[in-house]
Design a protein around this ligand. Structure first.
Ligand SMILES: N[C@@H](CCC(=O)N[C@@H](CS)C(=O)NCC(=O)O)C(=O)O
Length: 203
């Protein structure tokens, strides 16, 4: 069995678990809930960066971060989600980078809001919020490049995980507003089993 250092609320974990479901290897992964914020968190034994997801493979490799884990799990399932070459590959990888960047900025914003009030920086939080806004606007323009629901790629999977995270943490901000193309794409693509089976807990 592989072992995945995991949290149910992490969008990066959701992405790699979606890949595991798509690749048909989810039942080879043992989930190991890991609190990366605990002072004595066991995560640092496996990942010096103290981040999840971290995957321990059946061969004894320790893999991070999520793009590496995603490509590894996809390779076990025959490599359907990472286009082999040419612009299709670069587009899918850039979509993943954009989606992961939305998650990075959103996680930073959330963490900032959880610091003691006297330490919070409104400017810093706003910088992250604006990055997400611009990224969503770019996604709206590039909807025609996103994969259809029945032919997923890593770009589409990562985009679903990022938009699902915005719904989970910043739902009231309404990312769909003014982005009808992206909203429609999400509506169709989020019907996939891999997305439904990896939902975060409802708050
Ligand atoms: N680039 C990393 C980001 C992973 C990440 O930031 N995970 C968060 C949880 S959502 C984490 O473990 N944070 C702990 C920390 O930053 O110290 C990836 O794609 O795996």
């Amino acid at each position: 069995m592989m072992q995945l250092r995991y949290s149910q609320t992490s969008p990066y974990v959701r992405k790699v678990m979606m890949v595991a479901h798509e690749a048909g290897v989810a039942d080879r992964i043992e989930i190991s809930p890991t609190d990366v914020w605990a002072p004595d968190s066991p995560i640092v034994r496996d990942n010096p960066l103290a981040k999840i997801p971290t995957l321990l493979t059946e061969d004894g490799l320790v893999l991070f971060d999520s793009p590496v884990i995603a490509e590894y799990l996809d390779s076990l399932g025959g490599g359907r989600l990472f286009p082999a070459g040419g612009n299709a590959r670069w587009k899918a990888l850039r979509q993943q980078a954009l989606a992961d960047g939305i998650c990075d900025a959103s996680v930073l914003r959330l963490l900032e809001s959880r610091r003691p009030e006297s330490l919070r920086s409104a400017d810093w939080a706003d910088r992250q919020r604006r990055a997400v806004t611009r990224a969503l606007d770019l996604l709206e323009r590039e909807v025609p490049d996103l994969p259809s629901a029945d032919a997923p790629t890593i770009g589409g999977i990562a985009t679903l995980a990022a938009l699902g995270y915005l719904d989970f943490r910043f739902g009231k901000e309404g990312w769909r507003q003014g982005r009808p193309g992206l909203a429609n794409w999400f509506e169709a693509a989020s019907g996939r089993d891999s997305f439904k089976r990896t939902a975060p807990p409802s708050e």
